[in-house]
Design a protein around this ligand. Structure first.
Ligand code: MLC
Ligand code: AMP
Length: 521
């Protein structure tokens, strides 16, 4: 076992660090509301959408202008009142599935302030994928920006269920005491498949969220002077827990763009006040192709994560912009674990050093194990899956979480992600689990057998590839695209389909995916 634990590299010169410092504020919601009270006039969020509502949770706001700390305090308080007024009580789950907007973040923050547990869901999910989440966590209500998603959630719900739009139209209610959550209370349930099996909910506590966000705030020197160009979806850890939560904890500001378009993102980066950009490698791949990519060079910090950033792309970006992109490594269950240093070499092809508070160990098979105050306590109502993903510490310390990623450490301590022991495809920063896609494809009448792998792609990292054995003369399954369209989010649908006579299997009957992957090269 190799332990990797050099936090010092992330700390500003001369500063000391104690793990307890990370969670001193108790919870993010408490830290945010005291920050808004200290700087009520400070601009915090700007809706970059072409149209934005002028009333959010009953709070009137002029579209196209910045939301201040005082306004966010007022609007999130009213949002909490509307949710509580609709009968939701602390601990109730709230399904939250919307595009990026200030309105939806007001609803989200209001829910956290009231002690509700937010369950983010990708807006690309089909009825089947939404139903799985609803059946699993039994939310009491949903916030959605598409009535169809609300309908799917209602249909899957077993009891009374309220559907809200992001503006939380409806009567005001008494929110009761706000920001009184305990650090160990659940705050967020992020759906992911872990190292095996069906999508399950990783339950993150308020303490987990605070510890991780405080750690990156320190390591990346995030200050109130920073302004983030935010183009990531808000329903995953990167855009939500790093982008939004980090902005709020730092007393900084963010321009929320409703999606990623290189031209619009570069326009926003050209604004003199912009200092930060966070993206997935696919976004950097598209940015470097623009003749305006130089705009990245004037930012204080550009961060890449969620998927491997090719060393070659890192070098192209440096050459074109003078900006050494900072690559970091995280996951839903742990939030941020490892990061290249703010001061010092940001080495292409590596993810750097464990973040403050995080301990990293390489197991004998090179699997990356992590532990720290950022690491979740377990999967929602799945004690076996939880037990399987942790190893006890022989010395009685915190258990180690198995990431399913494989790593190596250089002599001077930089961690590289070498691959994955878990079956996972990452396409454009979104995770795709072969087992889920295979189960759907097997439901097609022409498909007798199937295996799903990832094929390398410069733009997407990997693209989803299906190897199918079909009935009869080996013709491609008919209407496969229409079949998957109603069952899988677009990013999970196979882009490449190969018809094969049979699948390569080992002596135990398991498909040898490595052989299929080699055939795609
Ligand atoms: C969109 N499509 C994708 C896709 N995103 N297909 C495969 N993989 C993806 N990631 C589909 C679209 O639905 C469309 O399908 C077609 O591809 C072309 O769409 P596009 O317009 O080119 O895509 P775009 O909308 O620009 O989206 C690309 C993207 C987006 C890179 C901006 O995928 C994105 O925002 N990715 C970020 C994901 C993320 O936040 N991950 C963090 C997870 S948290 P059709 O059928 O209509 O043609 C995590 C922890 C950590 O991992 O460490 O951060
Ligand atoms: P998710 O389950 O969506 O949170 O995805 C987490 C997974 O994304 C990790 O287990 C890694 O496999 C992958 N990942 C995140 N950041 C990086 C990175 N910088 N390099 C390589 N893989 C990464």
């Amino acid at each position: 076992m190799t332990e990797v634990r050099p936090w010092q590299v992330h700390l500003p010169e001369g500063s000391a660090f104690d793990e307890a410092d990370l969670t001193e504020a108790g919870s993010l919601v408490r830290a945010w509301s005291s920050g808004w009270a200290r700087a009520p006039e400070a601009p915090v969020l700007l809706d970059g959408a072409a149209t934005s509502p002028d009333v959010v949770a009953g709070h009137r706001h002029r579209p196209g202008t910045w939301w201040s700390g005082a306004e966010l305090e007022e609007a999130t308080r009213r949002a909490a009142g509307r949710l509580v007024g609709a009968g939701l009580v602390p601990g109730d789950r709230l399904l939250w599935s919307t595009g990026s907007s200030v309105a939806t973040l007001v609803a989200h923050i209001g829910a956290l302030r009231a002690g509700l547990v937010v369950v983010p869901a990708n807006t690309a999910y089909t009825a089947r994928e939404i139903a799985h989440i609803v059946t699993d966590v039994r939310p009491a209500a949903a916030v959605v920006d598409d009535p169809r998603r609300g309908q799917w959630a209602s249909e899957a719900a077993s009891g009374p269920f309220t559907v809200f739009g992001p503006e939380l139209d409806g009567p005001d209610g008494d929110p009761g005491p706000l920001d009184v959550v305990a650090p160990e209370d659940p705050a967020l349930i992020g759906f992911t498949s872990g190292t095996t099996g069906v999508p399950k909910g990783a339950v993150l506590s308020h303490r987990n969220l605070l510890a991780s966000v405080e750690s990156v705030r320190t390591a990346w020197r995030w200050t109130p002077d920073d302004r983030l160009v935010h183009c990531l979806p808000v329903f995953h850890a990167h855009g939500l827990c790093v982008g939004v939560y980090g902005t709020l904890l730092s007393g900084a500001s963010a321009v929320l763009l409703p999606g990623f378009d290189p031209g619009t993102a570069l326009d926003a980066m050209t604004e003199p006040s912009a200092t930060l950009f966070f993206g997935v490698p696919t976004m950097y791949h598209r940015l470097v192709a623009s003749d305006r990519v130089g705009a990245l060079g004037r930012l204080r910090l550009c961060v890449s994560g969620s998927a491997p950033l090719a060393a070659e792309l890192h070098r192209q970006l440096s050459a074109a912009t003078g900006q050494a992109v900072l690559e970091r490594y995280g996951m839903t269950e742990t939030l941020m674990n490892v990061s290249n240093p703010y001061d010092g070499e940001r080495r292409p092809g590596t993810v750097g050093f464990p973040l403050p508070g995080v301990e990293v160990m390489l197991a004998s098979d090179d699997e990356i194990l992590v532990r720290g105050p950022n690491v979740f306590g377990g999967y929602w109502e799945r004690p076996q899956a939880t037990a399987d993903s942790f190893s006890p510490d022989p010395h009685g310390g915190r258990p180690w979480f198995h990431t399913g990623d494989l790593g190596a450490v250089s002599d001077d301590g930089y961690l590289s992600i070498l691959g994955r022991s878990k079956e996972l495809i990452i396409s454009g920063g979104y995770n795709v689990y072969p087992a889920e896609v295979e189960a759907v494809l097997l439901g097609h009448p022409d498909v007798l057998d199937v295996a799903v792998t990832g094929t390398q792609s410069d733009e997407w990292g990997e693209v989803v590839t299906a190897w199918v054995v079909t009935a009869g003369d080996g013709a491609a399954p008919s209407g496969l695209d229409e079949f998957t369209a109603t069952r899988l989010a677009p990013y999970k649908r196979p882009r490449l389909v190969h018809v094969v006579g049979e699948l390569p299997r080992n002596a135990l009957g398991k498909v040898v995916r490595a052989e299929l992957r080699m055939r795609s090269e």
